[in-house]
Write a protein of this length. Sequence first.
Length: 266
Amino acid sequence: MKPLQTLQSSNLPDVVSTLTSDAGRFTESDEMQSMYSACSSHKLLEAIAHNEVDIVRSEVLSDTQSTLLFKTDSSIGGMPLHLAVQQGSSEAAVCILESLQRMAQLDQYQMMIHAEMQQRRLKNTIDGTNIDGRTPLALLMRKKSPDEQLARKLLIAKASPLNRDVDGKTPFLECVTSGHENITKMLLSASQGVVLLECDNMGRTPLHCAAEAGHRGVVELLLKANVDPEASDKQGFTACNAAQAAGHADLVELLSAVPEPSNMSC
């Protein structure tokens, strides 16, 4: 007796007949899905047993749920690949292996797409902007006493200190304007100094912002980072001019004393 005789192939027409007669009464019900699955599984096993590769390939391709090759059938005591090897159906076995490999590649691709989408969603949340174009990091930098641990966590999560709001101000410009020395160091380190190159829509540099706000500690940090004290904004004002206009005499003196090739002060 052949192994597949235990599958009772004579029942196959009955299954098909049942599916046909019930098609008008059921719409994708669990019962119908189960019968379709039984029919497909039976046909696949028959094809494997007779090494009918075209039918095996057709059944696998039509298996939209990708379940047939992974089902353990009690009548054969294993999965389709077991049957193919046991029956000596080498071509069917190779077809099954190739199908499994394609499924694995597709799964990997789908996981990559999913991971990329999750990363984009995370990035859009961390660096998402409010109505004023400000990110959570920028809002934190505008606070009088921001939570430094939260700032560190945002940077670890890859929050950008370079996103510009409607006025062209970045989180770093907000930071130096608010006078947060420790976080200024954090942002300088995290960006490897790139934040120093950013200006707002008026052309004001980080040094302009810190000097105008009167934050000597931040001004000194920026000068140590080798910013250009003679850089001018769109109105032609330097950071020294900004400090002078805001009445910060100590910063005017500090910025005037900075040696420059032009040897100019404000």
